[in-house]
Design a protein around this ligand. Structure first.
Ligand code: CTP
Ligand code: MG
Length: 241
């Protein structure tokens, strides 16, 4: 997959951890304990254990870089090449991570962009994503919504009920050809596009993005109760320390 980068990275992972955890009611979820380890540990450990991944870039909140480096040191995470500061918008954090990625890998390399807030993505999911890149510019994990989705107006009035069979909920990691996504993000930053999904940036340029089967356990820690649920998932997986 991909070309050899200047420093040999063919697959680089960018872990986004620079958010402000506003929906967590005052708790910084990135370093919140899960199974006795900081939440960010799980996504870093995933890439550490993925044979396909050569290098990891972490995007930390400005001022939290040393906390991230301490996690890397404490758990012996040797693939971390750089910890860079993120921005106010996720878009700016992703762009900072991609800019660092381009200094360790060439445009033909693959990049995986992942939320540090998702502790349960699997190695087989990473493999599926990288395989899908063979004939696509981007690949995203997707699952079918369990609930019906409606469009509303004025925060209240139902204006449409969407056909569920063509809807998907999209997760991270998302895999891309590095050159294509880095270039797309440069424009997104310059023009201040609102971005909630990395693949959407590439879609704006007509890039071919495909879905692979996502994972129900690969949910994002967003609200305080998600951490309690994550403890149950971790216990079921038997992966606690
Ligand atoms: N993120 C980031 N930089 C930002 C915003 C978000 O790196 N400016 C990261 C978060 O740290 C998280 C991932 O993007 O790992 C997904 O974002 P989200 O779940 O929305 O996290 P937060 O933005 O921190 O949470 P909230 O929206 O509730 O403030
Ligand atoms: Mg957010």
């Amino acid at each position: 997959m991909g070309d050899k980068g200047p420093n040999g990275a063919r697959v680089v992972a960018v872990v986004l951890a620079a958010g402000s955890s506003e929906r967590m009611e005052g708790r910084d979820k990135i370093y919140a304990p899960l199974g006795g380890r900081p939440l960010i540990y799980y996504s870093l450990a995933l890439f550490e254990e993925c044979a396909e991944v050569d290098a990891v870039i972490v995007v930390a909140a400005a001022g939290s870089e040393n906390e991230t480096r301490a996690v890397a040191r404490d758990y012996g995470l040797a693939k971390i090449r750089e910890v860079v500061a993120g921005g106010v918008e996720r878009r700016d954090s992703a762009a900072a991570g991609l800019s660092a990625a381009t200094s360790v890998a060439s445009p033909g390399a693959a990049v995986l962009i992942h939320d540090a807030a998702r502790p349960f993505a699997s190695k087989t999911l990473v493999r599926r994503l990288l395989e899908a890149l063979v004939d696509a510019d981007g690949a995203v994990p997707a699952i079918r919504p369990a609930d019906t989705v409606k469009r509303v107006a004025e925060e209240r009035d139902v204006v449409a009920t969407l056909a569920r069979d063509v809807l998907r909920l999209v997760q991270t990691p998302q895999a891309f050809k590095l050159g294509a996504i880095a270039e797309a993000y440069r424009v997104a930053v310059r023009e201040r596009w609102p971005v909630t999904d990395d693949a959407a940036v590439l879609e704006q340029f007509g890039g071919r993005v495909v879905t692979v089967e996502g994972e129900r356990d690969n949910f994002k820690i967003t609200y305080p109760q998600d951490l309690a649920f994550a403890e149950l998932v971790l216990a079921r997986k038997g992966a606690g320390p």
